[in-house]
Design a binder for this molecule. Sequence first.
Ligand SMILES: NC(=O)c1ccc[n+]([C@@H]2O[C@H](COP(=O)([O-])OP(=O)(O)OC[C@H]3O[C@@H](n4cnc5c(N)ncnc54)[C@H](O)[C@@H]3O)[C@@H](O)[C@H]2O)c1
Length: 366
Amino acid sequence: MRSETSLRAGVVGLGWAGRQHMDAYSSQADVELVALAGMEADQLALLGDKYGIAPEYRFADWADLVAANCVDVLSIATPTALHAPIAVAALDAGIHVLSEKPMAENADKAQTMVDAARRNSRVLEVSFNHRRRGDVQVLKQIVDAGLLGDIYYAKAGWLRREGIPGMGSWFTRQAKSGGGPMMDIGVHMLDMALHLLGEPDVTTATAATYAEFGPRGKGASAYGLGRKTEVTADDFDVEDLATAFLRLDGGGTLLLESSWAQWIPYDQCYVTLYGSEGGAAIEWGGEPGDPYRKLGIWTEKDGVPAVLTPVVPPDGGHLETVLQFLAIVRGDAPTEHDGAEALVRAKVVDACYASAAKHAEVSLGG
Ligand SMILES: NC(=O)c1ccc[n+]([C@@H]2O[C@H](COP(=O)([O-])OP(=O)(O)OC[C@H]3O[C@@H](n4cnc5c(N)ncnc54)[C@H](O)[C@@H]3O)[C@@H](O)[C@H]2O)c1
């Protein structure tokens, strides 16, 4: 029985990301997961049955879900170039939207999402679930308490040895994804770094991109629906490694790197902060089967060099992202959540690609 206060939720996209949102909504007593959309008929039937979705609310196409007027909140977990059209249509239909990252394939499309949220006074959030990791949360607390002093330099990266997702699918096609690892995983690291640094403006970007594995059909992971087994250079027109040097308002700098495939011993993820009073490093990765996760702080206490190993709280992820979205939807100031912070990330990524194309520094302007 639906209560007065329960929210009706829908999810577009049946892949790994969409399923995280389905699990999160269905775990909440005051939310009813009522509608799903996705093109894989077998998965739609399977997930529809799993979550008890009525047959008339199982859609092959997202537009039919939005037109059915059956949800209050909608998660979008489709190929990236569909985020903006779905979000704008849903927001215009009065639906609150939680979109997967990256927000859109470029900042212009991301801006249309923000505009739609504003004109309809609806919530628009983007799922940056990695900032809800326990190590990121505790480091944010440490930074905000001033333990590191003024942070003037930061490095963030997510590097994979062999992890091109959905080889030959939308992931590796620029028109549908907007780009390679910078768009896909680099944006998580950019989000984490800017979040930890207190949202400084990025003033310039100097970046380079490379595609050394994908066009040769090398470096694929098993990840993603609809990937191809035979891959040609035509199936891959994005980068597989991106590196960027970002200048921040106030004089700080951020070095950002991301790769889907690279000759390295194992996957690595890190955020390193260098402040006037201390340094900090988050690291996770390691050999398969022997993953490590570390957070360390280097500082001094009364002139004595000191190393702190904070106690890291449990990780948050998609569940916490969805719960926060629901709280905002139910909250007092939902319209302040119009996607503006995610739009900043889209603008920085655009500037990086522009810089890589021009072989020159690009200014993000006022
Ligand atoms: N936050 C994270 O940790 C995280 C992790 C993985 C993926 N993602 C993001 O989530 C999104 C989806 O990624 P994925 O790996 O689940 O992709 P996927 O390819 O596995 O699934 C995409 C889904 O979109 C559906 N779709 C495509 N066109 C559609 C249409 N017209 N109508 C309805 N459904 C349609 C497909 O049928 C499929 O079910 C991407 O933006 C990706 O960047 C985020």
